[in-house]
Design a protein around this ligand. Structure first.
Ligand code: HEC
Ligand code: HEC
Ligand code: HEC
Ligand code: HEC
Ligand code: HEC
Ligand code: HEC
Ligand code: HEC
Length: 263
C-alpha cells in the first residue's frame, strides 16, 4: 500500500473524511481476506471425503499419468492441507466413487459446468458476461478450447499459434480457408484479432476500430495529410468506417477473388 494519499488527507481540513474512508478501505480489505480463506470450495458430494490423486490411479491410470505434465498439476500441492486438490479440485471428493467402483452419479463431471472453473478463475466469468461472448453451456464449453488433464491447459498454447487456430476451426471452418489470397495475419492464430472468451466489441474483436489492423500494418508516415498503409495513401478512406466495414477489406480472413481482401 502507498501511504502518501493518507498523509495528505491528514494535513487537510477534510482529514476526518479521509480517515473514515481509509477505515472503510481497511475493513473492506479485511473482509476480502476473510473470504479469500474460504474462497475455493471444490464441488460437494454428499457423504464423500477426499482420497487424493493416488487413489484414482488404479482405474484411471492414463489420465493420472498424463496429468503430471498438465498445467493443473500445479494443484498437486504436497502440503497436508492439500489432499483435496489435484483431481478432486474439479471432481469433488471421491471416496464414494472409489468404494462403489465408479458407479454413475458418484462423482462430479464439470463437462459443461463452468462454475467448477470459476471457483478459481472468477475473472474469466466476467469476460463471458461481456456484451459479445461465446455462449458457454451446451454449445461451447471451457474444454472445447482447454485441456484439463494433459499438456498446456490452453490447447495449442505457447508458440504453436497454428494449433490455436485449429481449436477455433473445429467450429468455424469458414474462416480457415483455404483461400486463393490468404491473409497472412491468420497464421499468427485467431486471437491476434479476437478475444476468445468475450469482448465489448461486436464479433469478439479485440478493438472495434482500425487499431486492430494497425497493430501489424502501421507504417512510418512521411508527410502530413498522408496516411500510408500498405504503401498507399489511406487519408480519404479511413473516415468511411473501419478497414473491414468501409467496403475495402470485407474479406478480412482471406479472399478467393481479390488480393486486397476486398470481396
Ligand atoms: C475402483 C475404480 C475407480 C476408482 C478408484 C476411481 N474411478 Fe472414476 N470411474 C470409474 C468407472 C468404472 C467410471 C465409469 C466408466 C468410465 O467413464 O470410465 C468412472 C468414471 C469417472 C468419471 C466420469 C463420471 C461421469 O459421470 O462422467 C470421473 C470424473 C471420475 N471417474 C473421476 C475419478 C477420480 C477423480 C478418481 C480419484 C479421486 C476416480 N475417478 C477413482 C472407476 C473408478
Ligand atoms: C481443472 C479441472 C480438472 C482437473 C484438475 C481434473 N479434471 Fe478430470 N475432467 C475435467 C473436465 C472439464 C472433464 C470433462 C472433459 C470432457 O468431457 O471433455 C473431466 C473428465 C474426467 C473424466 C471422464 C471423462 C474422461 O476423459 O474419461 C475422468 C475419468 C476424469 N476427468 C478423471 C480425472 C483424474 C483422475 C484427474 C486427476 C489426475 C482429473 N480428472 C483432474 C476437469 C478436471
Ligand atoms: C482449484 C483451482 C482451479 C480450478 C477449479 C481450475 N483451475 Fe485452471 N488453473 C489453476 C491454477 C493454479 C493454474 C495455473 C496458473 C499459473 O500457472 O499461473 C490454472 C491454469 C489454467 C489455465 C492456463 C492459464 C495460463 O495462463 O496458462 C487455463 C486455461 C485454465 N486453468 C482453465 C481452467 C478450466 C477450463 C477449469 C475448469 C474445468 C479450471 N481451470 C479449473 C487453478 C484452477
Ligand atoms: C473459444 C475458445 C475458448 C473457450 C470456450 C474458453 N477459453 Fe479460456 N482461453 C482461450 C484462449 C485461446 C486463451 C489464451 C489467451 C488469449 O489468447 O487471449 C484462453 C485463456 C484462458 C485463461 C488464462 C488467461 C486468462 O484470461 O485468465 C483462463 C484461466 C481460461 N482461459 C479459462 C477459461 C474458462 C474457465 C473457460 C470456460 C468458462 C474458458 N476459458 C473457455 C480460449 C477459450
Ligand atoms: C465448440 C465450438 C466453438 C469453438 C471451439 C469456437 N467457437 Fe466461436 N462461436 C461458437 C458459437 C456457437 C458461437 C455463437 C454463434 C452465433 O451466435 O451465431 C461463436 C461465435 C464466435 C464469434 C462471433 C460470431 C458472430 O457472428 O458474432 C467469433 C468471432 C468467434 N466465435 C471466434 C472464435 C475463435 C477465435 C475461436 C478460437 C479461439 C472460437 N471461436 C472457437 C462456437 C465455437
Ligand atoms: C486480422 C484480424 C483477424 C484475424 C486474424 C481473424 N479474424 Fe475473424 N474477424 C475479423 C474481423 C474484422 C471480423 C468482422 C467482420 C465483419 O464484421 O464483417 C471477423 C469476424 C469473424 C467471425 C464472424 C463471422 C463473420 O465473418 O462475420 C468469425 C466466426 C471469425 N471472425 C472467426 C475467426 C477465426 C476462427 C479466426 C482464425 C482462423 C479468425 N477469425 C481470425 C478479424 C480477424
Ligand atoms: C498479425 C498481423 C496482422 C494483422 C493484425 C492484420 N494484418 Fe493484414 N496482413 C498481414 C501480413 C503479414 C500480410 C502480408 C504481407 C503484407 O502484404 O504486408 C497482410 C496483408 C494484408 C492485405 C493484403 C495486402 C496486399 O495488397 O497484398 C490486406 C488488404 C490486409 N492485410 C488488411 C488487413 C486488415 C483490414 C486488417 C484488420 C482487420 C489486418 N490486415 C490486420 C498481417 C496482419
Amino acid at each position: 500500500m502507498n501511504d502518501s494519499p493518507r498523509s495528505t488527507a491528514r494535513s487537510r481540513p477534510w482529514s476526518l473524511l479521509g480517515l473514515i474512508a481509509s477505515a472503510l478501505v481497511i475493513a473492506f480489505l479485511a473482509a476480502c481476506n476473510l473470504t479469500y480463506d474460504s474462497y475455493f470450495s471444490p464441488p460437494q458430494i454428499p457423504g464423500a471425503t477426499f482420497t487424493g490423486v493416488k487413489s484414482c490411479e488404479e482405474c484411471h491410470e492414463e489420465i493420472v499419468e498424463e496429468f503430471e505434465g498438465a498445467t493443473h498439476a500445479k494443484l498437486l500441492n504436497e502440503s497436508h492441507h492439500a489432499i483435496n486438490l489435484g483431481c478432486e479440485a474439479c471432481h469433488g471428493p471421491a471416496s464414494t466413487h472409489n468404494e462403489s467402483g465408479g458407479e454413475v452419479g458418484t462423482i462430479h463431471n464439470p463437462k459443461s459446468d463452468p462454475d467448477t472453473c470459476y471457483q478459481c478463475h472468477l475473472d474469466v466469468k466476467g469476460s463471458f458476461n461481456l456484451a459479445h461472448a461465446h455462449p458457454i453451456g451446451d454449445k461451447v464449453s471451457c474444454n472445447d478450447c482447454h485441456d484439463p488433464h494433459s499438456g498446456a491447459a490452453i490447447k495449442g498454447g505457447g508458440v504453436a499459434a497454428m494449433k490455436e487456430a485449429e481449436t477455433c476451426i473445429q467450429c468455424h471452418q469458414a474462416q480457415s480457408g483455404p483461400y486463393v489470397f490468404e491473409h497472412e495475419a491468420t497464421r499468427d492464430g485467431c486471437t491476434v484479432c479476437h478475444s476468445p472468451h468475450g469482448s465489448p466489441s461486436d464479433k469478439l474483436l479485440k478493438t472495434s476500430n482500425q487499431m486492430l489492423c494497425l497493430q501489424c500494418h502501421f507504417q512510418q508516415q512521411t508527410a502530413p495529410d498522408v496516411i500510408l498503409i500498405g504503401g498507399r495513401n489511406h487519408a480519404s478512406w479511413v473516415s468511411r468506417g473501419t478497414c473491414w466495414t468501409a467496403g475495402c477489406h470485407e474479406s478480412v480472413h482471406g479472399s478467393h477473388v481479390n488480393s486486397s481482401l476486398r470481396y
